[in-house]
Each structure stands twice: as structure tokens, then as C-alpha cells.
Design a protein around this ligand. Structure first.
Ligand code: PHE
Length: 341
């Protein structure tokens, strides 16, 4: 083999390139128009005729070797940058979008409820989750040792004097009324606790929104209109509402509020137990005893109150049929509420 060809071939074989810069050096030296390989080709004219054929074959060999090596350097560089050993940062790329979380469905529903009531003049009040017996029961006309206290399986924290986890948001009614003079027009969202085994239909922690309106000349008509307004704003104009007589110690008369089933639209399904109606709230006219317990003149003032479960409202809005989903923090569930923002 021609000695020049042989040394170029050796150089190609031994060339080590581990960066883009060295790759370019290789290209200039062995591949480009001004490469040593091209130079070798120009020697052809000095070669005696009878050796031209053999020399031509050697040149092709060198050329092929240069190209093979060039390709293998590129392959090496690509695979090492994929495995992270080589830093190739393209600063011109737009940044990758960052996933942001979504509001919890109960947060979305609470915000919607607040918005609906704020537009008709209700403000928002808050109260403690750890409550004394008086605000949770006694002020609200639950007689001492009356079985009505057992209607709400209570978590007691201390006995005599009794401290407990509030069983409903009605404790905030009592606190609000004791704190000032009417008129009161407020809703009170919050967390409540009852000693229940956790299942698809019950939980020991859940959320309510209490509503209270106390002023002169407040009647059941006001209660009905307010609930009508709320239900139609929340669930749509087609929603039917009915009031069913009921009992609560702190309201008289009392009524359970049902709306037409959002799932079957009244035809009957599992959720509404084939009645076409689902309960969304308890309500009634504030019992005069409750007003008096909180220092309000029941001759002068009347009022209505209602209380509803946030989980229930969210279940009807979003067709969530297992209460446990609200507390499991499963992103497959939670990320479905992005559109609710
Ligand atoms: N506190 C009642 C409950 O938890 C709901 C309610 C509130 C009923 C206000 C009437 C008036 O079941």
C-alpha cells in the first residue's frame, strides 16, 4: 500500500473525538473538500498508469474509512448526550409547561355557594370546630339529656364541662347572634364531625354551610324564596324544589329541602332511590327559644336558618358517588376538577 495512504488510514483509525469541536476537526481534516483525503486524490496524476487502478482502490478505501469513522463519531456523541454525560442545552427552546394543581371540588362548591349568597346580601361568618356544649346544643334548644343530642353522634373531647367537635355549623348561629344585634344575614361554611363509620355514604368528617337571617318581619316566605333562588342558581333554572315537614330542635316549623334529582331529572334512579327527589338541606324558622337564649327579643325579631352538606351538593353537581373520594387525595380524581376553576 502507498505509504501516504497508509499513514492517513492510520490517522483516521486512531482519531479520538468526544466533542462537537473534535468532530468538526475530523470533518475538516478527512471529509471536506480541503481534506487530506482530497489531497491524496490529487496525487493520482503522478501515479504511473499501471498502478493507477490499485491506487484508486486504496483511495476509495480511505474515503470509505473516513466516512465510516465520521458516522461512528456522530453516533457516539448522540448516545452519550442522551445518557446525560454530555451537556447539550438548547437555550432557544421554550420552557416546558409546568403542571399546576386544581382546587378541591369542595372548595369550588363552597366558593360558588358563597358567591350566590353574597349577591343577595349575605356575608360569611366563621366559628370554632372545637366547641362547648352550650353553643353546639344548649343554646340551640336541645334539652338536657334529650335524645335529640343523640341524633348527632358526638365526639366529646372533655366531659363536665363538655367540650366536643362541633356536630354541625349551627354553633356559629349561636355565636353570631350572641355577638351583636339584628339584622343578621350570614352564611357559615365549615367542617363538622360525627362519630360515623366511614363508607361510601357516610364520613366522620364532612362540611356544611349554615345560613341565618334574623331581622324584623322575616317569614317562611323569605326562607322559601331564598332557597328557591339558591337551588336555581346552583343547579339550573329547570330545578324543582319541595319542602317536607321535619323536626330540628332549633327551628319551628322545620322543613327538609329536596330538589329534583340531578342524575335522572326526576325519572327515578339509584341516587334518589327511585323517588325523583334528593334532600339537600334542613331548614326552618329560628325557634323563639334560640333567639331568647342568645339575647335577642323574640317578640321583635324573627328569622330563618338552613344548613346543607357541601359533599352532597358536590355529589349532585359532579356525580361523585363515593364520599371517600373527597379525602383520599387521589390525583386521578382531583385533576378532573381543573375545568371547575
Ligand atoms: N344543623 C342541622 C343538621 O346538621 C341542619 C339545619 C341547620 C337545620 C339550620 C335547620 C336549620 O342537620
Amino acid at each position: 500500500m502507498n505509504s501516504k495512504v497508509e499513514s492517513v488510514l492510520k490517522e483516521i483509525e486512531n482519531f479520538k473525538a468526544t466533542s462537537e469541536k473534535e468532530l468538526e476537526e475530523f470533518r475538516l481534516k478527512f471529509i471536506s473538500k480541503k481534506s487530506v483525503v482530497t489531497e491524496l486524490f490529487s496525487e493520482m496524476k503522478n501515479i504511473p498508469n499501471d498502478q493507477k487502478k490499485a491506487f484508486g482502490q486504496q483511495l476509495n478505501e480511505v474515503k470509505q474509512a473516513a466516512q465510516n469513522k465520521f458516522k461512528s463519531i456522530i453516533d457516539n456523541l448522540n448516545s452519550s448526550s442522551e445518557s446525560g454525560t454530555q451537556d447539550h442545552v438548547d437555550l432557544t427552546l421554550p420552557p416546558a409547561g409546568r403542571e399546576i394543581g386544581s382546587l378541591h371540588p369542595l372548595t369550588i362548591i363552597r366558593a360558588q355557594i358563597i358567591e350566590i349568597f353574597e349577591r343577595i346580601g349575605f356575608n360569611v361568618s366563621d366559628g370554632p370546630e372545637i366547641e362547648d356544649d352550650w353553643h353546639n346544643f344548649t343554646a340551640l334548644n336541645f334539652p338536657e339529656n334529650h335524645p335529640a343530642r343523640e341524633m348527632q353522634d358526638t365526639f366529646f373531647i372533655e366531659r363536665n364541662p363538655d367540650m366536643l367537635l362541633r356536630t354541625h355549623t349551627s354553633n356559629v348561629q349561636a355565636r353570631l347572634m350572641k355577638s351583636g344585634t339584628p339584622p343578621f344575614r350570614s352564611i357559615m361554611p365549615g367542617r363538622v364531625f360525627r362519630n360515623e363509620a366511614i363508607s361510601a355514604r357516610a364520613h366522620c368528617v364532612f362540611h356544611q354551610v349554615e345560613g341565618l337571617y334574623v331581622a324584623e318581619d322575616v317569614s317562611f316566605v323569605d326562607l322559601k324564596q331564598t332557597i328557591y333562588h339558591f337551588a336555581k342558581e346552583m343547579f339550573g333554572k329547570e330545578t324543582q324544589i319541595r319542602f317536607r315537614p321535619s323536626y330540628f330542635p332549633f327551628t319551628e316549623p322545620s322543613a327538609e329541602v329536596d330538589i329534583s334529582c340531578q342524575i335522572c331529572k326526576g325519572d327515578g334512579c339509584q341516587l334518589c332511590k327511585y323517588t325523583g327527589w334528593v334532600e339537600i338541606a334542613g331548614s326552618g324558622m329560628v325557634d323563639p327559644n334560640v333567639l331568647e337564649n342568645c339575647g335577642i327579643d323574640s317578640e321583635k325579631y324573627t328569622g330563618f336558618a338552613f344548613g346543607m352538606g357541601l359533599e352532597r351538593i358536590a355529589q349532585l353537581k359532579y356525580q361523585v358517588n363515593d364520599l371517600r373520594l373527597y379525602t383520599e387525595n387521589d390525583v386521578r380524581f382531583l385533576s378532573q376538577f381543573k375545568t371547575g376553576l
